[in-house]
Design a protein around this ligand. Structure first.
Ligand SMILES: [Zn+2]
Length: 245
């Protein structure tokens, strides 16, 4: 099969028992209406009080299991979602992390603990990784490989690529945006969407359905990946440079 010219994936971040359930269910209705299976970033043992929006739902794991049964992808979203370092990691989007800068052994313990919880609750080991704040480092990747993870939903590129023996499915946008080619993951935080966003999402999916229902995760070697990465980070340095002169 020819690699699709354009494809979109969706990921939902900060899935935990105390998230904004009203928003979550509204998003679920839209994804189910179009039969789209997003990547759910589930926090195994949330300790981040900023994510306490609603009272915890007792049937949280049952809901996650049901969605998993329906084919939604479960990604491990860290362990406790608690930021303990101020380093910026591989992606360099944020300067706070649950993992970046910690030793291999410290990271192994946390990721293994989280993985065990997900395995117990869902009945299957996660193979997708979603780092809180997009922040992780080479040691994280070594641990993930050791624990048989396969995919990372992150990376500034135009196509899926392989690095540190893991498949990276790039994630570059935070709202629906029309693109002409490449693999784009749209990152959505159910805690912070509003009705306007949800309406736009519905409209976007309805108009782009052909790019949403067949996703090819095969890594693609392309010089465009490198150019896109240079463009993305170069832009950031260029603006900093301009600000400083
Ligand atoms: Zn998060």
């Amino acid at each position: 099969m020819k690699f699709p010219k354009l494809q979109y994936l969706f990921r939902l971040d900060d899935i935990c028992p105390t998230m904004n359930w009203d928003n979550f269910f509204k998003l679920q209705i839209i994804f189910e209406k179009y039969n789209i299976k997003p990547i759910l970033g589930v926090i195994p043992n949330n300790q981040d009080t900023q994510l306490n929006i609603d009272l915890p739902r007792e049937d949280f794991w049952q809901i996650i299991r049901d969605l998993h049964q329906k084919g939604w992808i479960i990604a491990q979203h860290g362990y406790q979602h608690k930021y303990v370092t101020n380093k910026s990691g591989i992606i360099r989007l944020n300067k706070y992390s649950e993992f970046t800068g910690l030793s291999y052994n410290e990271q192994f313990k946390k990721i293994k603990n989280g993985m065990t919880i997900l395995e117990e609750k869902i009945g299957e080991r996660p193979v997708w990784w979603m780092a809180p704040a997009h922040n992780f480092d080479k040691n994280t990747c070594k641990v993930l490989k050791k624990l048989n993870f396969k995919y990372i939903t992150d990376g500034i590129a135009l196509f899926p690529f392989k690095k540190y023996e893991l498949y990276w499915i790039p994630q570059q946008i935070w709202r629906p945006q029309k693109k002409s080619f490449g693999t784009w993951t749209i990152c959505i935080h159910p805690n912070s969407v509003d009705n306007n966003f949800i309406r736009q999402l519905d409209f976007f999916i309805a108009n782009n359905i052909e790019f949403l229902n067949r996703v090819d995760l095969t890594p693609k070697k392309s010089v465009l990946n490198l150019l896109f990465t240079f463009y993305w980070y170069g832009k950031e340095y260029f603006y900093k440079f301009l600000k400083n002169i």
